[in-house]
Structures are given as C-alpha cells and as structure tokens.
Write a protein that binds this ligand. Structure first.
Ligand code: NAD
Length: 506
C-alpha cells in the first residue's frame, strides 16, 4: 500500500476554498506514470446542497447587475487566463495526459467563449413593436434562468466548463460546476481566476464529486437548469431525471464521428486529417474521427497503405516531452477498456493493420500509454464500429458507393460530427443537406463550431433542445418574457408643459 500522503483538493464555494467533509475521496492519476498523485474530495448531498444555497443567495444581486458590468468581469477573466496559460495547461496535462500544445489549444477554444460572453449586452437586447393595437406596445426581454449547474467530462477539463459558466454568468445566472473527478485542478483554478476578475462571492461555485453530487444537483428544488457533457449512458439518465424534476436540461453526449473519403479527394490532405483527428489527444475527443469510410476499394487500399506508416511513426510520450504528438490515456482503467476493444476487434474479424497494444516507453513503463491502432475492413455490425471507444483506434470501413457511405453515417446511433473529403462541390452540398449529423465538415476533419456559432449533435449525441455557446447558449441560459403595455396618453391625463410654479399642485 502506498503510504505517501497525497495532496487533497478542495471545493470552491462562496469565493473560498472549502475542505471536503464527507470522508470520501477519489484518486487523481498522472497517467504518464500511472500513479495516483492527488486526492479529490467527493461531496456529500449536504455539501452540494450548501453550494446550491450559496448560488441561490447570490442570484438576486448578480441578476440585477447590469450586463455591461457583468461583461467587465469577462474582460478581466480573459486577461487573467491569457497571463496564466502555461500554468493552466501544465495542470491540465498533468492530470489528463494530453500534450501541452493540445492543452493550450483547448483552453484557447474555451477562451473564445469568454470573448463571446464579453459581448453579452448586445446579445440580451430584446425586440419591440409599437402600436400592436392603438396605443399598445409589445416587447420581449431575456432574463436569467436562475441557479444553473454544469456537469463536465474528463476530456476537456477547461474548455467544456468554459462552454458553460461564462455564458451562464454573463446572462445573469449563478452557477455550480461539478467537474470530472478525474482532472478537477484546472476547473478549480478557473473558478479562482473568475474571483480574481471581480466576480462576487457565490456566483460561481465548484463542487467536486461523483454520482452523489450529480443526483443532488438533478433533484434539488433550487437548481433551475442543468448543462451536461459526457457519455450517452449517463447523459440520457441526467436528461430524464432533470426534466422529471422540472429543470431545463441540455445533455451533450457520446459520438462516433465518420470521415467519408471520396475517390476524388486530395489524399495528402486526407491522410494528414485522419492522423490528426484520429490520434490527437489519444482519440479522447468527442469530435475525434474514429471511422474513415473509404468509397471504393482503390481509395481504401491507398488510404490504408499511406496511413499505416504514419500510425506506426506516431510519437507517443508524456506531456513533458515537447516532441510527443500523443499522450497516454487518462487512467489505467480507461487504458484497459480501450485495449480490450482492440482485442475485441481482432476477435470480430477486423484486420488489425497497426497494433499499438505492445507499446512501451522507457522510464514510463507503468504509464497508460497505448500506441496508435489501425483497423481495416471493419463492418457495421462489429462492436468496434457501433461503440464509442474513446482512444487512439481508427477504423476503416469500405463502402462501394457514396450512397452506402452517407447512409452508414446517418444510420449510426450517434450524430455529433461527420466530414466529407471531396473536390466535388455538388457532392459536398448533397452531404451537407442530407446527412443526419449535427456538425458537418467539408475537407475539415474536426468541424468544431467557433464560439459565436453553437456546438451540438443530433440523435443520441444530444438530449434537449439547445446546443452550447453562441446564440443557442444565450437562449439556454435565459428565459424570454413578453410584455404588452398600454400607457394613457400624457395629453389625455392633462399633463402640463410649462414650468410649474411652487404653489401649483404636483
Ligand atoms: P462520463 O459520462 O463518465 O462523466 C461525465 C460526468 O458525469 C462527470 O462529471 C462524472 O463525474 C459524471 N458521472 C459519471 N457517471 C455518473 C453517474 N452514473 N451518475 C451521475 N453522474 C455521473 O464521461 P467522461 O468519461 O468523463 O467523458 C467522456 C465522454 O464525454 C465521451 O462519451 C465523450 O464523447 C463525451 N463528450 C461529449 C462531448 C460533446 O460535446 N458531445 C464533449 C466532450 C465529451
């Protein structure tokens, strides 16, 4: 047994670090060395309720704060993040395992949402019509929803929370964040930075925990809205439970993103795209490409022949190695899960062209490193095709025609992202119009929308009606109110237009 005392993290409530009192903790790994490096407190229902009550108490003051003043906090927050980018990225990579460059890139994408939130006064402007009837005006305004909660996954510990809390807070809500218990240091740092940026106490709280914490957020009467990002099994349950308890819920879930390669595609571009999108962040991205659908055997043969050496040459290493292109998986458990999918693919009869299972790195033998794996001749009945593996495992499926390829993409239970690689504009347009997928790329492998557009998938990749950030984020975090007003005409009320003398009645 390891008797070494590990640093234990904290919750962040009412502007303060708060020690956990539940006597339950979770392990945080440094996946590069495969060892537990910190402990995270796992909150009890009482601790979560206390954080919710703090957020509820902060709501009247914050929702009445002018949007332009809320935006000032976002401007300051942006500067603080930019000044602390290296520190944030190092904390993120140490617990997640992704390369520093990738960590910074993901924080940068979160920062773009903060920048979008800086423009909140413009986005909260309502609509007005005069004379909807004689002397009657009608207008609509957007008001905060109330106390909002965010439940976030391990794979983007900075970006995904930043899809949520900057938008919610800029819209005038208060927030309780429950980050992944696998890598919570970065979200805690972000909350402290918001405080430093001038956010009043209690507006943003971070509570660490597991199912106990989530269940309390889902059922507590003072929580008004829930944003979730994570796996489909959990997200569907969160959506149903949250809705049953009268909350507004958006749950962004799992994915199996396809990249269709037409025979006329630029193969140099295709190979680079498949390598970056398939193996970047060790495949632990909800927008990672996990399936390449090659149309025609010639296309497939060329693609596999060109991918094979590239996958074999991937530089796998810890985030401290600046040459590494891909890090370890997030925990030893996740490593075992991904590896067992590779075993399964072989049993299912797929052709394992590159086998990364025996990868080992000197000095990091206990690390959760899996080399890149490439399967060819994967078919739609195989579990390695239907399931989200969430690791550096790319499957090539061979399709005889474009119709077969688009049907394959549309029929998959997940509908997050898909891309088509072709030089044919008409074909690309057909794909855009007809594929049943939420985010589509044309010669772009990871079509993640920028912050001023909205992010979300179709089918079992999203439960709820709203995408995240961009205009949809504003809609999710506000309620519309419509006012119809008639004012007696000033002239009829006998208004006086001359300066009054002191002796006149008011
Ligand atoms: P996860 O579902 O295991 O965990 C997500 C969150 O839910 C965590 O905060 C976790 O503590 C909590 N949770 C886990 N089990 C729970 C339970 N039984 N009851 C209540 N709460 C529970 O997901 P993960 O492994 O952290 O993240 C990877 C998943 O997230 C992948 O499926 C990936 O596709 C998905 N993801 C989706 C998007 C998207 O935008 N669609 C973005 C990022 C990640």
């Amino acid at each position: 047994m390891d008797m070494q005392v590990k640093e234990t993290l904290f919750h962040f409530v009412n502007g303060q670090r708060v020690e956990g009192t539940s006597n339950r903790t979770g392990d945080i790994y440094n996946p590069a060395i495969g060892a537990v490096v910190k402990q995270v407190p796992l909150a009890s229902a009482e601790e979560v309720s206390a954080a919710i009550e703090v957020a509820a108490a902060a709501l009247p003051g914050w929702s009445a704060t002018p949007p332009a003043s809320r935006a000032q906090v976002m401007f300051s927050f942006r500067e603080i993040i930019r000044n602390n980018m290296d520190e944030l990225a190092a904390a993120l990579s140490a617990e997640h395992g992704k390369t520093l460059e990738d960590a910074k890139g993901s924080i940068g994408r979160g920062l773009e949402v903060v920048e979008f939130a800086c423009g909140i006064p413009q986005m909260l402007k309502g609509e007005m019509s005069e004379q909807v009837a004689r002397g009657v005006e009608s207008y609509s305004i957007r008001q905060p929803v109330g106390v909002c909660a965010g439940i976030t996954p391990f794979n983007f510990p900075a970006m995904v929370p930043m899809w949520m809390f900057p938008m919610a807070i800029a819209c005038g809500n208060t927030f309780v964040l429950k980050p992944s218990e696998k890598d919570p240091s970065c979200p805690l740092m972000l909350a402290e930075m918001m405080q430093e940026a001038g956010l009043p106490d209690g507006v943003l709280n971070v509570i660490n925990g597991d199912k106990v914490a989530v269940d309390t957020l889902l059922t507590h009467p003072q929580v008004d809205a829930i944003s979730f990002v994570g796996s489909t099994a959990v997200g569907e349950c969160i959506y149903q439970t949250g809705c049953q308890h009268g909350k507004r819920v958006q749950a962004l879930c799992g994915a199996k993103n396809h990249m269709v390669v037409m025979p006329d595609a630029d193969m140099d571009q295709v190979v680079d795209a498949a390598i970056g999108a398939g193996y970047g962040s060790a495949g632990e991205r909800c927008m990672a490409i996990s399936v390449v659908v090659a149309v025609g055997d010639e296309t497939a043969d060329e693609l596999v022949n060109r991918l094979k050496p590239r996958v074999q040459e991937l530089v796998v290493g810890p985030y401290t190695d600046s040459d590494a292109e891909m890090g370890p998986l997030v925990t030893p458990d996740h490593y075992e899960k991904v590896r067992s999918y590779v075993d399964l693919g072989v049993e299912e009869g797929a052709d394992l062209v590159v086998d990364g299972r025996d990868f080992s790195l000197e000095g990091y033998e206990e690390g959760a490193f899996l080399g890149g794996c490439l399967f060819d001749r994967v078919t739609s009945e195989m579990k390695i095709y239907t399931d989200e593996i969430f690791g550096p495992v790319l499957s090539v499926v061979r399709a005889d025609s474009y119709d077969e390829a688009i049907n394959l993409v549309s029929d998959h239970e997940y509908g997050n992202g898909a891309a088509i690689f072709t030089r044919d504009g008409g074909r690309a347009q057909h794909f855009i119009s007809n594929v049943r997928i939420g985010m589509v790329g044309v010669n772009v492998p990871i079509p993640v929308p920028v912050a001023y557009h909205s992010f979300g998938g179709w089918k079992r990749s999203l439960f709820g009606d709203h995408y995240m950030h961009g205009p949809e984020g504003v809609r999710f975090y506000t309620r519309m109110k419509t006012i119809t007003a008639r004012w007696p005409a000033a002239i009829e009320a006998g208004a006086r237009f001359h300066f009054k003398r002191g002796s006149e009645d008011n």
